[in-house]
Design a protein. Sequence first.
Length: 740
Amino acid sequence: MFNEKVSSYLTEVFKYGVLAVALLTIFFFWNLTTEFYETPKFLALAAFIAILLILSTLKYISEGRVVLKLTPLDLPLLGLVAIAALSSLVSPAKYISLLGNAPKTHGSLISLIVYVLLYFLLVNNLKRLRDVKPVITTLVLGGAVAAIISLLSFAGIKVLPFSWAQGLNFTTTGSSFSTSALLAILLPFPVINLLRQSNPAEKLINIVVASIYTVTIALIGSTATFAAAAFALITGLILSNKDLPNPRILANLAVPIALTAVVIILTSIPPLGKAVNPFYAAAKNFPREITLPLSTSWNISVSAFRDSPFIGTGPATYLFDFTAYKPANVNSSQFWNIRFDSGFNEYLQILATLGGIGLGLSLVLTLVFITSAAKTLNEYRAGGQNSFEASLAVAGVTFFVLLALHSSTLVTSVVGIIILAAFMSTNPSLTKELRVKLGAQGDVRELDIFPAILLLIILGLTGLGSFFIGKFALADYSHRLALEAVNKNNGLETYNQLVRAETLNPYNDLYRTDLAQTNFALANAIASAKGPTPSSPAGSLTDADRQNIQQLLQQAINEGKNATAISPRSAGNWEVLGSIYRQVSGVATNALQFALDAYGRAIQLDPLNPILRLNVGGIYYSNKSYEAAVRFFTDAVNLKPDYANGYYNLSIALRDKGDLSNAQATAEKMVSLVDPKSPDYKVASEYLQDLKDRIATGSAQQSSITPPAATQTSPLQQNQQKVLNLPKPENIATPPAVKK
């Protein structure tokens, strides 16, 4: 009797824990981590997973047996975890694959493990329809509240007083896509209930919820969420009556459909004449998500698959696949200077990061669920299933529709996992039970050490996981404090907090690059305060100052190198290291050679990036190696033929090389690319005129106009005394020239 009461109590506590997971996934955010939304949600999810795992273990011990539900999705999910673990183990960026591409955790091995654990915990504890309904109801109502908050933000109404929550696209999920995708996944519940519900009060509630959902999706959604919502709506209509169109059914949906249609019209059609349409203006000003086109993502994923066909490049490494494999036409797009860390959709992303085996398991997972859902929906139309089970089936398929149209986020993954687990839990025909006896049953219990061992193992694993997650959270908190110190211009506090963050989590390359740049900034500050002045051309640097600068610069270089060791495939890390080497060239021997090597390695990882080529050209120009400067500036414009800044730098390098005719032709090309309304147009025109005057008069006078890529503003460059002796690099990574 006592054990039954304990089991019943633990079951109730578990249910409330699941409700907390649902609410926190939608609403939890804070400004105490580097990233305000997904990181707090993940930390809360991991904490509750540990609690729920312990509760499940205690429940099994109190009942004297373990009863595991086996579902058709178990093997694909476990297979994905296994492949992700193996891929992480052999990935060149092991720490990134394990922990995520900072500050994001979603997509990493650890996040996948947490999601799969959530699935198994839900399937094995939410065993009846009455256990599942409160969770889904919480999600549906929570989605409505999140939608209202998004609508208020869209209308310019400040929901929260924080400065970072004032944007038009503020939402509690972290992104407009996450919110609209959440609503699309949950849309089948109010729609199908509305079409089947006869109770006037419940029908009114469903009309309101469905209207809020569809209007919000219309206002802040993307093509992916529009398509997913349309799928959910049409499927719900088809399921509700065999002989569509039925006037009664369509009448039930009249309000949400009409409101959504009005919103689409108001936000899509510009006003006539001098009329004012605030909806149209708000829609035009609304910050929309930038995603990779399908063709570009396909090229990247197929190229990554070609080189890593079985297990991919590693979880959370799509950013590196993008830089390595992006096609040349990316430089012709509006967002040519953005490095994307996710693919067009989840399947292409998995193909690149987990290879053919990972994609195969994902497709098996998708097909198994869709097949099971189709069976349930057929039974529903035949009258053999209730509307709630049908709603779960449609919501689950909608989740997979979204994965085919967009890469996942933490919110969509967690909500999708809850839907899949709920569907399996409420379909006994799809599950089997595996029973394991833990101890003797009866009034007198035999001494059995196995339950204690099981509890100790679970406590040990959760304790170990909690320890590392706790260090992860504390490190991220220190990094947030460091960023706040930067905003307050407090260099010492920034340094101290970054050192603490790095000590707690030495495997985060973001902390390393930030600390490298902070060390350089502190050294720069000393040089600026005590560097040469008109009244003191030699400056006032003391031996102690030089020693401090030397130590800070050495630390900056070491931290930059550590970042490249943690994530060697990151072109950004090599770019930071190259920038530091370049800026210390005034006080460090051989620094420019090391800068060229670091930039060369960055180019090897991001070969079609014109900015990297421009920076290398600037290094050569500043060293008066005009031939090499011309070569790299030419690379930049060959990679991006409409790169006005590239032509500007190239023209100046050609001029100083003595090739004035080509310099003029290049300058004319540059002027043609600059918007006449832009402030840069005046600068470009004045340079072209100066060049023409030189050609006309044959003037050899040196010009003060230098390439922007060669500009050096660091006070360290003005110090002629070397304080850091770097060894001569054995080799310099020099990329091949780019053909026009």
